[in-house]
Design a protein around this ligand. Sequence first.
Ligand SMILES: [Zn+2]
Length: 148
Amino acid sequence: MKRAQTGQVSRIGPDPALHGHDTELRWVEAVLRHRLSLNSLGRPVSIRTKDDDTHPLVADGQHFPAVALSIPFADRTLNFLATYDDDRRLTFDLIGPCDRCGKPVPMEEINSLEDLGDHLLQARDGLGGSPRLRTSPAHADGCLARGN
Ligand SMILES: [Zn+2]
């Protein structure tokens, strides 16, 4: 209405930032803590959280990096990658060496403590693997595990 009457372009200003970058990382970390019920273990669990150098936050995305999280767990460190899946849902993959090229790639989708337990105990014959294993840009050039 205002533009029609005055000919002025309405001023909407820049898009508001959703939240700061550090806040985003802490939020992703909090989601992982919740999904894995880490706060119920009765002891503090430290998570190292940073931008991932290789993977985008969304498939085909260019602007935002995925989030890499490391959790010291018993005798090993579990490395996770946080990305948004096709339904725009935050999802976590356990990172492990590719069977073919050895590069660290998303191996298994782990979105609950039960998933993690199954994986650690190898209770099931694998959980089916991460759908991001095939598309990961982390594979070596020409790795056959990477699909097109
Ligand atoms: Zn590979």
